[in-house]
Design a protein around this ligand. Structure first.
Ligand SMILES: *Cc1c(COP(=O)(O)O)cnc(C)c1O
Length: 380
C-alpha cells in the first residue's frame, strides 16, 4: 500500500469532522433544518472575512465568484486595471474582456509584487478607471500583492478594489473592512478545508452602490438576488447543501483555533518550507514577497519538473504542484494552506529531499528537514 498526502495549493485536505458531516443523509434545502446550518455558516464567514457585510455563498468554483464580481458591479465599456502577475491575474483581465470591459494591463514579472507607484500612475492617467483587479495571493507564482495600499488608492476615487483572496482568506491577514477592500473572494477548496464547489464573495457598501447601476449581462450569478435570499437564510437557487454542511464544520474549526492562530500556523509552515528549500539549494520563486499559502522553488538545472512532480505523486505518494506556462517543468509548489500542520510539512520536505536524490541531485538527506524543524518547533 501507499498512503497519499495532498499538499497542493488546492484542492487541499478536508478534516475528518467535515468529511463526516458531509456523509450525513441529504436534507431538503427549503427547511428550517437546513436554514439553521446555512445561517450559522454565513455568520461564521463574516468572522473569517473580517467584515460586517454579508458573505454570499455561491455554488461554483472560485472563478464563478471572480466573474460574478465583475458582472455585478461593472458595465461593458468600463475601464479596469488588471494586475497580471500570474495565471490568476491574467484571468481577471480575460473575464473583463469577455464582458466588453476595457482592460489596462499591468504586467508583473512572475514571483514579484506589483509596484504600487505603477498602479497609482495608471489610475491618475486613466481617471475613469472603475476597478482595480488583484490577487492578495497569486497562487501560480506564490507571491503576494500590496492589497492594503491598493485599497487606499481607490478609497476616494469612483473606483473599486476587487480582491481575489482565494489563497489569502484564512491564510494571512486581509481585514476586508479595516483595509477598505470593496470585494473579497474565496473558494472552498483552499484554506477553507473543503472539497471544490463553493465560492464566496463579500461586497462593501460602495460595491453594492456600483451594483445598482451595473449593466453587465447576468443571470445565475445575481448578487443582489443572492443578498435578498441570504437575509432569509437561503440562496436563490438550490444551494450545494452537502458542501455547506461541511462548511459549517470547517468554519467552526477555524473559529475555535482563532484567526490569529490560523495565520501564525500558516506563517510558521511557510517559513519552515522556505528555510528547507534554501537549505536544499533550491532558489525561491518569490523571495521578497512570499505568500504563506504555498512556497514555489526552482528545481535544479537538468531535472524535468513534470517528471519530478509525477514521481513524488505516484512513486512517493505526495501530491505537490508544478509550474504553469513558462514555469512549467521548472518549479515545484508546496502548499501549506488549509488543514495542514507541522508533520504534513515535514512529509513534503522529506519527500522532496528523497526525490532530489533519486533524480541524481547531490543533496544531504535531512538538511531540509533539519532547517524546517528548527522553525516548526516554535509551534509545538
Ligand atoms: C484556485 C484559485 C482560483 C480559483 O480557481 P477555480 O479553479 O475556479 O476554483 C482563483 N484565484 C486564485 C488565486 C486561486 O488560487
Amino acid at each position: 500500500m501507499q498512503k497519499k498526502y495532498l499538499l497542493a495549493p488546492g484542492p487541499t485536505p478536508v478534516p475528518e469532522s467535515a468529511l463526516l458531516a458531509m456523509a450525513a443523509p441529504i436534507i431538503h434545502h427549503r427547511t428550517p433544518q437546513f436554514s439553521a446550518i446555512f445561517k450559522e455558516a454565513a455568520s461564521l464567514l463574516k468572522y473569517l472575512f473580517q467584515t460586517k457585510m454579508e458573505v454570499l455563498i455561491l455554488a461554483a468554483s472560485g472563478t464563478g465568484a471572480m466573474e460574478g464580481s465583475i458582472t455585478n458591479t461593472l458595465s461593458p465599456g468600463d475601464e479596469v486595471i488588471a494586475i497580471n502577475g500570474g495565471k490568476f491575474g491574467e484571468r481577471w483581465g480575460k473575464i473583463s474582456e469577455a464582458y466588453g470591459l476595457k482592460v489596462h494591463w499591468i504586467k508583473v514579472e512572475w514571483g514579484h509584487a506589483v509596484d504600487i507607484a505603477e498602479v497609482e500612475k495608471l489610475l491618475n492617467d486613466n481617471p475613469k478607471t472603475r476597478a482595480v483587479l488583484v490577487q492578495a495571493s497569486e497562487t501560480s507564482t506564490t507571491a503576494t500583492h500590496p492589497v492594503k495600499e491598493i485599497a487606499a488608492l481607490t478609497k476616494d476615487r469612483d473606483c473599486l478594489t476587487i480582491v481575489d483572496g482565494i489563497t489569502a482568506v484564512g491564510v494571512f491577514d486581509v481585514p476586508m473592512d479595516d483595509w477598505g477592500i470593496d470585494i473579497l473572494l474565496s473558494g472552498s477548496q483552499k484554506a477553507m478545508m473543503l472539497p471544490p464547489g463553493l465560492a464566496f464573495a463579500a461586497l462593501s457598501e460602495k460595491a453594492w452602490k456600483f451594483n445598482e447601476t451595473s449593466t453587465c449581462p447576468r443571470f445565475y450569478f445575481d448578487f443582489a438576488k443572492e443578498r435578498k435570499n441570504l437575509a432569509n437564510d437561503t440562496s436563490a437557487y438550490t444551494p450545494a447543501t452537502t458542501l455547506i454542511t461541511g462548511l459549517l464544520e470547517s468554519m467552526k474549526m477555524l473559529k475555535e483555533e482563532g484567526l490569529e492562530n490560523v495565520f501564525a500556523r500558516h506563517n510558521r509552515l511557510a517559513r519552515a518550507t522556505r528555510a528547507a528549500c534554501v537549505a536544499l539549494g533550491l532558489e525561491l520563486l518569490a523571495p521578497r514577497n512570499p505568500s504563506d499559502a504555498a512556497t514555489g522553488a526552482f528545481l535544479p538545472e537538468g531535472i524535468d519538473g513534470g517528471k519530478f512532480v509525477k514521481y513524488i505523486r505516484d512513486g512517493v505518494g505526495v501530491t505537490l504542484a508544478g509550474g504553469q506556462d513558462h514555469l512549467k517543468g521548472k518549479i515545484i509548489r508546496i502548499a501549506h494552506l488549509g488543514y495542514v500542520d507541522t508533520f504534513d510539512t515535514i512529509i513534503a520536505i522529506s519527500a522532496i529531499e528523497m526525490a532530489l536524490k533519486k533524480f541524481g541531485h547531490n543533496v544531504t538527506l535531512g538538511a531540509g528537514v533539519a532547517a524546517a524543524e528548527a522553525i516548526l518547533a516554535e509551534g509545538l
